[in-house]
Write a protein that binds this ligand. Sequence first.
Ligand code: 2HG
Ligand code: ZN
Length: 472
Amino acid sequence: MTLFDDLQRLLGVDQVQDSAQAEAFLRDRHGRFVGRVAAAVHPRDTAEVAAVVRLCGRHAAPIVVQGGNTGLMGAATPDASGRAVLLLLDRLNRVRQIDTDNDTLTVEAGCILQQVQEAARAAGRLFPLSLGAEGSCTLGGNLGTNAGGVAVLRYGNARELTLGLEVVTADGQVWDGLRGLRKDNTGYDLRDLFIGSEGTLGIITAATLKLFPLPAGQCTAFLAFASLARAVAFLSHARRGFGAGLTAFELLSVDCLRLLREQFPASPLPFPDLEQPWYALLELSDHQDEAHARALFEQVLGDALENDLLVDARIAASLAQGEALWRLRETMSDAQKRAGQNMKHDISVPVSRIVEFVESTDALLQRHFPGVRNYTFGHLGDGNLHYNVAHAPGRSVAEHMADYAALSRLVHDSAHAHGGSISAEHGIGQRKRDLLARYKSPVELELMRRIKQALDPRGLLNPGKVLPEASA
Ligand code: 2HG
Ligand code: ZN
């Protein structure tokens, strides 16, 4: 019996596809990674996932899990060997339980993030994980990469929002860790091992998530800054003024806004003259009411204007205006995609070193790669910038991308030298795998390898991802 036949017998003919039928799943969203598979399968529940894992074990077939296929690091794309089974969790999309007394929600890994947000809202609660791809990414992918997004400043990463997990282990057992406990000090935290492991340690099939009260009032504004240093100073000012109500502070350089205008001319910019070098989207959530939120918002912005932290502010006068501002920010990824590939660097550094990082890295780039254009934007409140670099005028995208290794090394070395990380929220996948050997200490890498060896001794879960080869 071949693996394909065995899978069809286990799941039924309709739940198993060959490489040709599964084509859409074999390349990542940007077409950077393309693979082949022995089969792609759509199990209907956790028991079927476990059975698939056991069957793959008997055939020594690697397993790659894929959710909404919106990741940027190629973690969900199989390699070209055609040996792997691609596990698609789209059928595991049930909301299993909502507990409003405990403020928890238990959902399956194949749920689209937006569906999770809507389930929470229907119960009068907020599930705050929010990112541009929320209409198509899945919760399993969010947990696999420990996704961040635009509300980390207030609510934390996917990890901080997760209380419990259900996981299928590498040998096909089911670990039911769906505990909705905020306190549980009973030994090693297995949950936190699986979150962020990008499918290399186990397969997350469901999660128990934290819920929060829906805010009673919300204020959104677009701000203009005379320098990045002022934007950072404003952030401290807003933290003091808003306390926990500060929910988002998303930075965009003037070149990002120019790109948005170029690619989406129908979407008006809040500052059409684009006279300042830096802009940010600010959001306050308030648990009293709309009037209280607005008064506080205006006071904090007024003080900042008076103290020259801020050049100008456009406060959204309605929900619709606020949403339009958010749409601008959220289409940054699409605007870049339309303009042609650029080099993405999802870095983080301490907020106190952001200015020094940007200024020194910009200067280094111009010295070594004259004319390249920076599209710098992101989650300033978390110290996480998307420090993306596009081709110089007069050079083709292909010529530019040929410099990827050298240019990216310069950016990553700079982030590292500023006490930062080379991957803040997008993960490692295959794209950054070999970089870990350069930026993680031998001790840290050795501990990671031992964990992998303990949980997946045969190396069948998402091989070739996250961990660099031992010799690298
Ligand atoms: C965002 O913050 C995403 O919009 C994508 O993390 C970042 O396109 C990017 O580089
Ligand atoms: Zn981001």
